[in-house]
Design a protein around this ligand. Structure first.
Ligand code: MCA
Ligand code: AMP
Length: 489
């Protein structure tokens, strides 16, 4: 029997008291209403094809993705700020049958050729005949649920195919680690086109039968209000968000009191600085819990709700997740000594199936059934994982977004007046890392703003360089390869 992804949706029509499922600003749906709207939309989706979702931070995105999941149709969430180049690649690669978007949303050029289905979130607009219909039968657990695009060191982003089995495995492992229940009300302001905001942040509460409050846009005041006034018990955020809370919490006793009341504050997508962790702990008496995951693996480790949130660590492997550290020569590190550094490799039901249309990349990512994460770590004597770095210097994590240097370099080289380009990440107290462009330019008149704008338009605004540095020539080795380490040093 395939696992039922959302039991609360199937039970909803029989609930005596409506249970809130989703709220975005002043609009929301209870479980019965969500079953009705998403169920009706599910019946319009073409079996066996993929559908794109214009993933604005809105109720429509949540309904669209739930509808696709009910229909057993894989959803491809699109960053609504994607640049032209990125969007054209994703649409060409994933070949969606149609795009789901909120009514009235203006969609950019590359989407114009696709049929568009407007997502209606009004449960009263569903005809009685459709409203009474049963939800579609649950698909097989290996059926692709989502295709999430993620950047690599070079080339365009790859589509990570995530089966329903991986979603169930990761969300149920988090239920165990965080004692996550239907009484939890989650608040966050994460984007809905990545694993963190969409799978953990929307599908997580729905699988548990709990409630999501989405802020639309991150602000400390929004977080305070959700925790203090709207009964939120859990918060998810990237380290940049906790950094911004840490900056305000000293001077804002109401914010400190609200954070202190939360059942669990969870950070992920990048490393939370020990300094920010300590500032929040000093002001609230509460420690932020870190968990570690990846688009390809969903969640691998976490500090447990009943465990110790030790700054700089991401806790223990989750239930069902196999984790090992491997040295460069392939030796598996057995020692839990807090010192021996190896690459994290993982296996388990939480893993993706493949990179879409990229059997070469899929094969290259595995060592047998172990997935190579590219993250370097040590394990402490009690098994806690401490991430110490990343194998690839050409991957940048900025604001929790993974950004490939190669993709930006290609776009920089298209700009008139740019002769050579290299991209690196450098430490940034707010973003974790900021994107730095090293350019050899034709002449000093090059307009930095216009170059940043070009990257923001072709790729996405978070990929634009925040700093420009100019050189007469890029440092290269005998093979002509740019020596990034020399640049950073
Ligand atoms: C600025 N903007 C521009 C330009 N400059 N737009 C066009 N052209 C330009 N040249 C606009 C931006 O679009 C944005 O608009 C605003 O100015 C501010 O931009 P930015 O500085 O980039 O944003 P920020 O305020 O610094 O954002 C910080 C953030 C964001 C909110 C923390 O980085 C964020 O949401 N991060 C979450 C990433 C995430 O979810 N990662 C999960 C993937 P506007 O203000 O209108 O937006 S990792 C994952 O899923 C794994 C599994 C895991 O472990 O979780
Ligand atoms: P993405 O490919 O966008 O899903 O990002 C996955 C990467 O984010 C991982 O390979 C890690 O490098 C990083 N990451 C996620 N969570 C954490 C964390 N808690 N601490 C440090 N790095 C993290």
């Amino acid at each position: 029997m395939p696992a039922v992804l959302f039991p609360a949706l199937r039970d909803a029509p029989h609930e005596a008291v409506p249970k809130p499922a989703l709220r975005f600003g002043d609009r929301g749906l209870d479980y019965a209403q969500l079953a009705r709207t998403a169920g009706a939309l599910a019946r319009e989706l073409p079996p066996g094809r993929r559908v794109a979702v214009w993933a604005t931070p809105s109720l429509e995105t949540a309904v669209a993705v739930v509808a696709a999941l009910l229909a057993g149709v894989a959803a491809v969430p699109l960053n609504p700020k994607s640049g032209e180049r990125e969007l054209a690649h994703i649409l060409g690669d994933s070949d969606p049958a149609l795009v789901l978007a909120a009514p009235g949303e203006t969609l950019p050029g590359p989407l114009a050729a696709l049929p568009r289905v407007a997502v209606d979130t009004d449960p009263d607009a569903v005809p009685e005949t459709a409203a009474g219909a049963r939800l579609p039968a649950e698909p097989d657990e290996e059926t692709p649920a989502l295709v999430v695009y993620t950047s690599g060191t070079t080339g365009p982003p790859k589509g990570v195919v995530l089966p329903r089995r991986a979603l169930v495995a990761t969300l149920d492992a988090l239920e165990d680690a965080w004692q996550w229940t239907d009484r939890d009300v989650l608040v966050h302001a994460l984007p809905l086109f990545h694993v963190h905001g969409l799978i953990l942040g929307v599908l997580g509460p729905l699988r548990r039968g709990g409630t999501l409050l989405h802020l639309g846009r991150f602000s400390a005041e929004g977080v305070r209000r959700a925790l203090e006034e709207d009964g939120a018990t859990l918060m998810f955020g990237v380290p940049t968000m906790y950094h911004r809370l840490a900056r305000e919490v000293d001077a804002d006793p109401a914010l400190a009191a609200a954070l202190a009341k939360a059942r669990l504050l969870v950070s992920g997508s990048a490393a939370l600085s020990v300094h920010d962790q300590e500032r929040i702990a000093a002001a609230t008496g509460r420690r932020v819990v870190e968990r570690y995951g990846m688009s390809e693996t969903l969640m691998n480790t976490s500090v447990r709700a009943d465990g110790e949130a030790r700054p700089g660590t991401v806790g223990l492997p989750l239930a069902g997740v196999g984790l090992r550290l491997v040295e460069d020569d392939g030796t598996v590190i057995e020692a839990l000594d807090g010192e021996s550094i190896g690459e994290i490799q993982v296996r388990g039901p939480n893993l993706f199936t493949e990179y879409l249309n990229r059997p070469d990349a899929t094969a290259g990512a595995f060592d047998g059934d172990w997935f190579r994460t590219g993250d370097m770590a040590v394990r402490e004597p009690d098994g806690y994982v401490r991430i110490v770095g990343r194998r690839a210097t050409d991957l940048i994590k900025s604001g929790g977004y993974k950004i490939g240097a190669g993709e930006i370099e290609e776009v920089l080289l298209e700009f008139p007046g740019v002769r050579e380009a290299a991209v690196t990440g450098e430490p940034d107290p707010d973003l974790g890392e900021r994107v730095v462009a090293w350019l050899v330019r034709e002449d000093a008149a090059l307009d930095e703003e216009a170059v940043a704008e070009h990257v923001a338009r072709r790729l996405a605004p978070h990929k634009r360089p925040r700093v420009f540095r100019y050189l007469d020539a890029l440092p290269r080795n005998d093979m002509g390869k740019i020596m990034k380490r020399a640049l950073r040093d």
